[in-house]
Design a protein around this ligand. Sequence first.
Ligand code: DON
Length: 650
Amino acid sequence: MRRSLGLGLLLVTACGGGIKVPETIPVAPGVPGPISPAIALPPVDTSARSAAGGVAGRALIAPDWPLTQRVRSIAAEHAMVVTSHPLASDVGVDILRRGGNAVDAAVAVAFALAVVHPVAGNLGGGGFMVVRMHDDTVRTLDFREAAPSGATRSMYVDSAGNARQSSLTGHLSVGVPGSVAGLFEAHRRFGHLPWKELVAPAVRLAREGHTLDGVRSRQITREAERLARFPASRAQFLVNGEAPPAGTWFVQPDVARTLQLIADSGPQVFYGGSIAELIVQEMARGGGLITRDDLARYRAKWRDPIEIGYRGYTIYTMPPPSGGGVTLAEILNVMEGYAPLPPFGSARLMHLQTEAMRRAYADRNAFLGDPDFVDIPLSRLLSKSYAATLRADIDPQRATPSPPARGARSEGTETTHYSIVDADGNAVSCTTTLNNDFGSAVTVTGAGFLLNDEMDDFMTAPGKPNLFGLVQGEANAIAPGKRMLSGMTPAIVLDPAGRLFLVLGSPGGSRITTAVYQVLSNAIDQDQPLAAAVAAPRLHHQAVPDTLHLEPDGFVQLSIDSLEAMGHKVNVWSYKMGITTSMSRDWRAAAAPAAAPAAPPITAPFVFFPRSLPTIAPATAPPATLAASALVTPRPFMIVSTPTTDASMA
Ligand code: DON
């Protein structure tokens, strides 16, 4: 569980634009404020692509909120790679320098993350990728895991009707992995450099080794007990049963061999060759269900992106089997009807956001699942008219009760997001996961990689919460070959002029979608530069349990008291939530003369804002060094490669 932010948060103003920090007002502790006045917000015409609706009033943010002053932005002139590990970011940058495009870089980054960020980077998991090419082609790729053919609806239900732990740890929790098929498919459709070249950096990192940093060492420590239960995981990650300390040179010969096979033979070796054989043997060791046929049948699937129009901006994100896109669309569509919005951090705004989230998550839990198995009323859920009916049901003064259920667990770090933009303006937004920390904790003997525990994302027991407290419905019941519903919300946002504006995503389980929503809303509605938008305190509501979660120390007591008076059950977390991995283009800065004389057409700098940067090391990503090395590349551009922090909170 995250309890505090690391020390590495820094403040840098970006691209000459500066950071507009939400105003901070002192509030006398313990002084309850009046209930916010009723919100009588005129509905706005959302059919036209108009500018943002504006904000009435001053932002409210607690005076001792630490993030606003400590978030750091990093600018790049033409291209950028943002991942959860500096070595993976460097791999992506190197691919761009060799003439690879954003998709090439994404493939190489994903393999590198499987080596250097094993808590979530993976060969044995899955994910979702949003691609927007500079010619405006937008595609979304589903490489989510699938239930094995032997899976049954009630395989995890015990005699008391509760879900067994076997959906979370061990061989039975594993879904058919999608990552290798997905990365190959992304490359087949959009890649430029040879496949082998993209896998090679990961092979090198695994074979030659790298220094395990403190973040990764702590992650292993937290899960050492679970990993120790499985001999191959113990051998792969532990030394005498304990996590290797920071500074350990970490060499992974089994992973290197696996990656080399994938480099040489593509996904066939994974889904039908010697790696498939090792996976099936591993299943036999622990009562897992994945068969050779399950592996042979697995396919990554291109799906139509969800396109959300919001106050003139366009957001492209994932359709089911990720629930992220639909949930995000419903929240945005409901909120679009309020203009001008109450200011950031006010009880009036937080109430509306909570009610929008409550309704969107209720729909998510009721209607969403794998579209190849269930009928989803997608066009209705995504429509502005449906949002209007949801909005009409919101009482501006009072919380609408949701049915009670058990609480959600604290946030983990187990998913990872990366965002890439290349010098031509192609963008990739990709979220990938093993689900839990180190997935099922099962490593494939002889192949060195971890398997997911994604089966827990299904409705494992009717009426019971999953790992993230989500109580899901029939649409997400287990069936052979079906893909489990996800909350992952990789997104690419265009501004009203159709220019690339934001590339973002987040880990955080059920909190992924609300994290992405809040960064978007802060940037678009509150006109906050991305650093402030990412740094701002967050709230979360997922319908069930009926609890409004707040980050600690961020919101003013006046707002919290008002929300309670309106009927919200407020719970202040003891930790900070969802670290988005975001980059934006600062078009204001674009008006300034371009720094590089031979700049390609994209001249506006990208600005990257992690929420914290404990892992940044001067040796890994000093902009000056990268800028200098960029001068000797055939296509001069400045790149900044940085780690992000979805791995950073101990
Ligand atoms: O697909 C999902 O929604 C989950 N398996 C994601 C898990 C996650 O984000 C865990 N990390 N914090």
